[in-house]
Write a protein that binds this ligand. Structure first.
Ligand code: PEP
Length: 255
């Protein structure tokens, strides 16, 4: 069965609690939307956003990063149980800014996905190649390495098989925050590669059911084409998710 279209907004380090509350008050989603909508505010803005969002909006919330331990001496970190208590149901793992600015590797992503699944939340694993890797013809090699690092864990495979909670986001690094967008054909090609590997690790039913989102300079004027591409099950939106009306226009194109 085709997964429900998901439109996710990653605010990165933008919109503090007061601005998050304003965003929620201004957000008007199309009444007939069938898309699943998720917002990833900074963790400090989660409570304000949750309080101001109307119940009818059915917007789910997530955090942009977690530590793999549940508690302890990890200054500056936050854990899965804390995120859950604050109202998050999704967690971004391995976003390119975590990988390339903060030096997170495949091992970190693997431990985080395990912790997120163990804690009952849904991980959104981000994968994507840099421009240099793309020019060297390494797209498939890079994104499959990033995916396999997580799927090699037996615990991850078992939990996904029994609870069906995992999303992937293909986010070419060269398209994030640059205004450059992958063509729908590029996105579809990468998604097909990921889909085949999901199926080979998880079997047909589970592997086909994992939603794969595209991310990288998605805007209201390109979202429709990207969302219509084969195997693109949703979008992960950065910059354009900061404005309630442009975010709502993207959501409207998810059906
Ligand atoms: C992102 O942060 O995941 C992202 C895709 O950002 P942008 O849409 O701004 O490129």
């Amino acid at each position: 069965m085709a997964p429900r279209t998901m439109v996710a907004g990653n605010w990165k380090m933008n919109l503090g609690p007061a601005e998050a509350a304003d965003f929620a008050q201004e957000l008007t989603l199309p009444p007939s939307t069938r898309s699943e909508v998720v917002l990833f505010p900074p963790a400090l803005s989660l409570a304000a956003l949750r309080e101001e969002l109307s119940d009818e909006s059915e917007v789910a919330l997530g955090v942009q990063n977690v530590h793999w331990e549940a508690s302890g001496a990890y200054t500056g970190e936050l854990s899965v149980p804390m995120a859950a208590e604050a109202g998050a149901t999704f967690v971004l793992v391995g976003h390119s800014e975590r990988r390339h600015i903060f030096g997170e590797g495949d091992d970190d992503a693997s431990r985080k996905v395990e912790a997120v699944l163990r804690g009952g939340l849904t991980p959104v694993l981000c994968v994507g190649e840099t421009l240099e890797e793309r020019k060297r013809g390494e797209v498939a090699g890079v994104i499959l390495r990033q995916l396999e690092a997580v799927l090699e864990s037996g615990e991850v495979r078992e939990r996904i098989a029994s609870e069906a909670r995992l999303l992937l986001a293909y986010e070419p690094v060269w398209a994030i925050g640059t205004g450059e967008t992958a063509t729908p054909e590029d996105a579809a090609g990468a998604h097909r590669i990921l889909r085949e590997r999901l199926v080979s690790y998880l079997g047909d039913t589970v592997g086909e059911g994992v939603p794969i989102l595209y991310g990288g300079s998605v805007k209201p004027d390109n979202a429709g084409d990207l969302l219509s591409a084969p195997d693109v099950n949703g979008v992960l939106v950065g910059g354009a998710s900061l404005d309630p009306s442009s975010f709502a226009r993207i959501v409207a194109q998810g059906g």
